[in-house]
Design a protein. Structure first.
Lengths: 334, 334
């Protein structure tokens, strides 16, 4: 059986914002699964800010994508051939098969999931890497206590939305930062944050002050840039900063200079950078807790779904500019 | 008995570098100790970078000094009157009596010390607040492991010198940063650091790279500014940064913008700001360990001693510019 497979390759390394010309769509023929392999038909591809780091020349926390290679990325799909004892045709799996319609795998890093209680796409968001990033960073590093104030950027996105809802469940005052009124309305109206400030507001500093009358105890940092300086100026003593992203900086050709660094000293702040793949041992607990929250309606989420592999580059570029609203996915097959 | 007492008061709040005119020397008459009090004749006054923060208008970690008040500071001296059951005339004490020749105290925060094994002045340095700051920050936050590389700024000073010697005792490659050849020679020759780089060297970046061939695992941060950015660029995965000072910034009217903040994310760094007065419960253990190291010659130290209270303002101003060499003290009485 010959399967036509479409793939998106990295064509060139962007400097600053990526362009569609940095990617190339190709059609190849895929061989059958060999002994010990599975062949997966991908249904959804996840687009995530970390991918920007993997296509840079500068050092990131993981190996970069080579020019001419398939773009990396998490996927969910269905096993359509199996010569692996652990998988059967029809199994639904989360895998990291990249920007392509099908993928072969030895099963390493492939996880069978139950899509009957939680929609399949959620395994790339709220009960996937972004949700577990939120869970780990907030609970293990942020250590929120009831009555404290938690601030999170990109609050309508897949990480920020879970951070804020978990913080509410922990009894905190929860303040999101998002781009534009529609996202802010969603964050307070649908997700139940106590407040949301628009980072495009020229009076952002005043808005943030009004939204955090008792200062800030936990800042879940996934944005960076000027917002970081505004937050640093409002930190309370012994504040905690889980640092899992700096999306405002990924396309920057000159890094933003953080001016209020001294606030980390005067307030005796704990800050820790983390990447969730260092903490795979915590996934089962995180998945169980997040899954229960979703099924029982305590955690809500929103998705932006682009249709077809060919839409992936534009959707990725838009996500880095904040054009998505909720978790950005690409639907590869209905 | 009337005692003439000389004091240095804060005359005005400096913007940028302090000037001698920001201080005023006065002579007053001191009353006798009342019931529950002691009167101490101060022998040494400690000058420390943190004092700069206490005379600013901006927020620091502690209350500031009011205009017209005696400058704060740690002192060692001898009890010359006691109406307190816990103290006798002749007791030698560490206290926080400020920039003055004598002081009255209720005994709160006053510690009797044994100056027979360790010189009295050392209780303001290597076995005092700076040494204990080094001990706590390096061991509790830095958590150095044998074979790792530890970098510390202001390496000939009272904190940095102890950090480096403790790091050597822990089996680490130890690299100091100091201002000028004389200090660097002392740091490697006398204190036994593996290397020392001169922060005034125009090729500091290259020198730091050469001195840290295996990257940096622990950066004990007490300096800030451009050095911080150079160090951030050389951090290893899971590096730790105890942050106890930013002396390069204390006189700055515009804060330095930290450009390599993203290295905290890519390397999953733990950074924690701390002030040793939050951790008084650890002093007995720290004092015992540091005292033994000093008595047995494993930790060496150097002092800059200015003579007479009237020399305190100039000595303080010089210390903020790095003109001292070793722990800066003022000898108030022979």
């Amino acid at each position: 059986m010959t399967i036509k497979n479409r793939q998106v390759l990295l064509a060139s390394r962007p400097k600053g914002a990526p362009a569609e010309s940095d990617f190339r769509l190709v059609e190849t023929e895929l061989r059958d699964a060999e002994e010990g392999e599975i062949l997966v038909k991908n249904r959804f591809l996840s687009l995530d800010p970390y991918m920007r780091g993997r296509i840079s020349e500068s050092k990131s926390y993981a190996a970069g994508v080579e020019i001419g290679a398939v773009m990396i990325g998490s996927t969910v799909g269905e096993v359509i051939q199996s010569r692996h004892p652990g998988f059967a045709v029809g199994d639904v799996v989360v895998a990291g098969l990249g920007w392509q319609e099908h993928g072969l795998s030895t099963g390493q890093g492939v996880m069978k999931v139950d899509a009957s209680r939680v929609p399949l796409s959620a395994y790339l968001g709220v009960v996937g890497m972004p949700g577990i990033t939120a869970w780990y960073g907030l609970l293990e590093i942020g250590k929120p206590k009831a009555g404290e104030t938690v601030v999170v950027g990109a609050a309508s996105g897949p990480v920020g939305s879970v951070v804020g809802q978990l913080a509410k469940l922990a009894g905190c005052r929860t303040v999101g930062v998002a781009g534009g009124k529609a996202k802010c309305d969603f964050v307070t109206g649908e997700l139940g944050f106590d407040a949301c400030v628009d980072h495009r507001d020229p009076a952002l500093k005043d808005r943030l002050r009004e939204a955090t009358p008792d200062g800030i105890d936990v800042y879940f940092e996934n944005v960076g840039g000027p917002l970081l300086d505004l937050v640093l100026a409002r930190l309370n003593t012994f504040a905690r900063i889980p640092l899992c992203g700096l999306v405002s900086q990924y396309n920057a050709t000159e890094p933003y200079g953080v001016k209020n660094f001294g606030a980390l000293l005067t307030n005796r702040v704990s800050l820790r950078g983390f990447i969730i793949s260092d903490h795979m041992d915590r996934w089962p607990q995180a998945l169980a807790e997040l899954g229960a929250h979703v099924v029982e309606g305590r955690i809500k989420y929103r998705e932006s779904i682009a249709k077809g592999l060919e839409s992936a580059p534009a959707a990725f570029i838009g996500m880095l500019e904040g054009k998505n609203f909720g978790k950005q996915l690409v639907e590869l097959a209905p």
